[in-house]
Design a binder for this molecule. Structure first.
Ligand code: AMP
Ligand code: GLY
Length: 415
């Protein structure tokens, strides 16, 4: 049986999902809402924003969509999965209640505490004086997280007491972020990695490990971003570490959510850190990672539609992976993650033979223009990480355009 699939989203992650689906003989047609300039070559664009759950539901019903895959957290937090299921439509993603594992840091930390999942010690505060007293009594660096969705901007790793105090002031007194509530966490030192698993209740289907680069500039300098590059697999994450992460973190969290009456369905993304040889949780996301998905899915040897289909039904399925390394470099607009200009042209893409995933583009009269801060993810593949890295940067060198920048050290530490 083949099916019509709707992919909700318009970034690089959704382009990678659409690309993986397009390789499946079981997919008859792909739609993407709202898609982007690159996705339009492989899927029919549905001009509906990811936040318009009602319009997406109406489209899925009218078009007879067999399966909907949700990319962005915004749609999940609005309850798109609950709305589709209520109408009997098949959809891959967590319910609004289960998505709290990402949208509320406090919920995630409390769940981990109740079930002894390894993570940084923490306390939650809504009072500035109490929070400051707690920080003053503890070690520095300290990590301060705004409790709520803040698009990756609500985390401050404070290296001095002054930085910690400023962050607390911002989050609890100035109402910069809205209703003030913070989680104050022990600082964990170690390399980070991303472990995404498809989950249906207690059933967990692990994906390949990836590593993101969150800071804007080389040598991990500059502000935090949505991610400036990634690679998979990650050499320092041995099979043994991966298994430990599965056995002590991902599987127990899936089981805990079943036990507590909020079974998770969809992608459970563990943002993990290897602290003194032990994997511990930095954060959970309730969706495919971006840009991790762009380097993980090209390595999938199994049929992606079959994998998602099995996960939606809770059937057994073991995804197979190609041994090759894939590394991706993000081309971003100058100024990102702050203010940046839109409408700058990107040329030379036709000279690149490896995949180029569009993150924020429009195509106007055959010309690719940037419509977002993160614009393209350019991939390279090789037998080793070093080879993938070389290929990726060779491809990056073929992109022409003014007003863009990229990191030149993606994967450099391990390649
Ligand atoms: P988050 O949004 O929770 O992933 O935090 C963003 C980034 O802050 C992470 O990718 C880490 O680099 C850093 N971070 C967050 N929590 C901690 C922690 N407890 N210890 C060390 N670094 C952290
Ligand atoms: N790459 C980090 C994220 O998807 O949140």
């Amino acid at each position: 049986m083949s099916g019509k699939v709707l992919v909700v989203g318009g970034g690089g992650r959704c382009h990678a999902i659409v690309d993986a689906l397009s390789r499946s003989p079981r997919v008859s047609k792909i739609y993407s809402a709202p898609g982007n300039g690159g996705i339009s070559a492989q899927a029919e664009i549905v001009p509906v924003p990811v936040s318009d759950v009602e319009a997406l539901l109406k489209f899925a019903k009218e078009e007879g969509i067999d399966l909907t895959i949700v990319g962005p957290e915004a749609s999940l937090a609005l309850g798109i999965v609950d709305a589709f299921r209520k109408e009997g439509l098949r959809i891959f993603g967590p319910t609004k209640a289960a998505a709290r594992i990402e949208s509320s840091k406090e919920y995630a930390k409390d769940l981990m505490a109740r079930h002894n999942i390894p993570t940084a010690a923490y306390r939650t505060f809504d009072n500035f004086d109490e929070a400051l007293a707690y920080v003053k009594a503890g070690p520095i660096p300290v990590v301060i997280k705004y409790d709520g969705l803040a698009a990756g901007k609500g985390v401050v790793v404070a290296l001095t007491l002054k930085e910690a105090e400023d962050a607390l002031r911002d989050m609890l007194l100035d109402e910069t972020f809205g209703k003030g509530r913070v989680v104050i966490e022990e600082f964990l030192d170690g390399p980070e990695f991303s472990f995404m698993c498809l989950v249906n209740g207690g059933k967990v289907y692990p994906l390949a490990i990836a590593r993101d680069h969150k800071r804007a500039y080389d040598h991990d300098m500059g502000p935090n971003t949505g991610g400036m590059g990634a690679y998979s697999p990650v050499p320092f994450v041995t099979d043994e570490i991966r298994q430990t992460a599965l056995d002590t973190i991902l599987q127990p969290v899936a089981d805990a959510m079943v036990e507590e009456g909020v079974p998770f369905t969809g992608v459970l993304y563990g943002g993990l850190i290897l602290h003194n040889g032990t994997p511990k949780v930095i954060e959970f996301n309730a969706r495919f990672g971006d840009p991790e998905t762009e380097v993980v899915l090209p390595r999938l040897a199994s049929d992606f539609y079959e994998l998602i289909d099995a996960a939606v039904d809770g059937r057994d399925f073991t995804p197979e992976w190609r041994p090759e390394s894939v590394l991706g470099v993000v081309i971003a607009a100058e100024g990102y993650p702050g203010k940046y200009e839109k409408g700058h042209a990107l040329r030379g893409l036709e000279n690149i033979s490896s995949p180029v995933y569009h993150m924020g583009t429009v195509v106007r009269e055959g010309e690719v223009l940037n419509a977002g801060g993160r614009v393209l993810m350019v991939l390279g593949e090789g037998k080793t990480l070093a080879e993938a890295r070389k290929e990726a940067y060779k491809a990056v060198g073929k992109v022409e355009g003014n007003g863009f920048f990229h990191r030149s050290d993606i994967g450099a530490r391990e390649a």
